[in-house]
Design a protein around this ligand. Sequence first.
Ligand code: HEM
Length: 459
Amino acid sequence: MDVPPYAILVLTTIITVLWFLLKRSPQPPLPPGPRGLRIVGNLPFLKPNLHTYFRDLAQEYGPIFRLNLGSKLTVVVNTRSLAREILKEQDINFSNRDVPLTARAISYGGLDIVWLPYSTEWRMLRKVCVLKLLNRKMLDSFYALRRKEIRERTRFLYEKSQEKSAVNVGDQLFVTMMNLMTNMLWGSSVKAEEMKSVGTEFKGLVSDITRLLGEPNVSDFFPWLARFDLQGLVKQKRVYARELDAIFDGAIEKMPNLGSKDDGECKDFLQQLMKLKDQEANSEVPITINHVKAVLADMVIGGTDTSTNTIEFAMAELIKNQESMKRTQHEVDEVVGKDNIVEESHITKLPYIVAIMKETLRLYPTVPLLVPHRPAETTVVGGYTVPKDTKIFINVWSIQRDPNVWENPNEFHPERFLDKKSCDFHGTDYSFLPFGSGRRICAGLARPVPAIRQLKHLL
Ligand code: HEM
């Protein structure tokens, strides 16, 4: 019997379609999560301390769960293996950011290292920051300044203690950090007498900006409401952005003409960045004046509060834990001597102080959910589908207190780090991630650690 050609064609098509359908594995489901209300989803049920609220939800829904925050799909992961999956195995896919509107307003449209998506522009800025600004040579050149600033603050605190008058230690630390930061940013460009007024203005502004960045903005959850800016947060942020911009412009105006100096002669970050801007003007990804200002803003906003909070928590824990305090004092006396002052060169010989620093960052990570990541493509994590552009929270706070990993996880016990050499600050152990891990790990990692250690044992 002759089979007509069209029948063969139809049969082949059916077999191909069936084969394709059977071969294709079904898409795994979205992660589980609490039911929300129509339109607003889970937004009305959020609690102020998101990291503790997310830990509680993980106990009910499992280590990876989803929330619908308005129209924004959000996924939270709460274990080290899931953090590893995102930050190591799928690092490139998860290297984009979910940018809040207020952050966009303060960073020249999201033009800084923190908020730029993973791109050639981001790689270029990050390289500039790590290799040109926060390199050993540049940081060493500020050593005398750090020493002077810290000694002055220590003397001030000592005098207050002798007078038995109360001091707000957090404020004192903030001022120290800000002085160090502004000196590194433009200390050689702006004259000392002008530095003082710029500094005071700047400190107030940075506090306001940091506070506003933490406020939840309804426009982020309902993008179609963004143009109304119902809470006025973006409007307020734009006012701060203009003030910040005027301060940067003022510092740039006061800069000496660098002529054809090479990198070695740049004495602060501003000079270095302006030099690079001129050198890279014709490159494929040029550095613009807005890039320069956005990087300066990153340094001061990303670097001041984080460092200050960590030292404050460490000091509070030491006051509460007299055993740890005695052991710290003993170590300093042994290594430095009772009548000498701690220098940065002593740090490698003070393992207990390093352990205190780690234990403080374990219990009180200053960015407890990291800066939200965002996948460039739909993917699978922990057996669940995570769609493209989902907002990802990595609950470092909960991972660093996981009772399956840490013994007595809520106790301050620096000794645990003395034998745990694998736990460094570089995010290689996924149970300890205070600076994140992978491509978007903290760009200031070179700077905060020595600064904090130095301050802490001097205080
Ligand atoms: C104790 C001090 C500090 C802590 C705990 C800390 C922590 C962090 C964390 C957790 C992230 C986000 C990582 C992620 O999303 O995966 C981050 C990002 C960042 N930090 Fe820090 N930080 C500190 C100090 C600093 C300092 C001093 C600077 C600058 C001088 C700085 C600059 C940055 C920048 C630019 C980013 C964005 C990196 C990127 O997205 O590529 N940080 N930091």
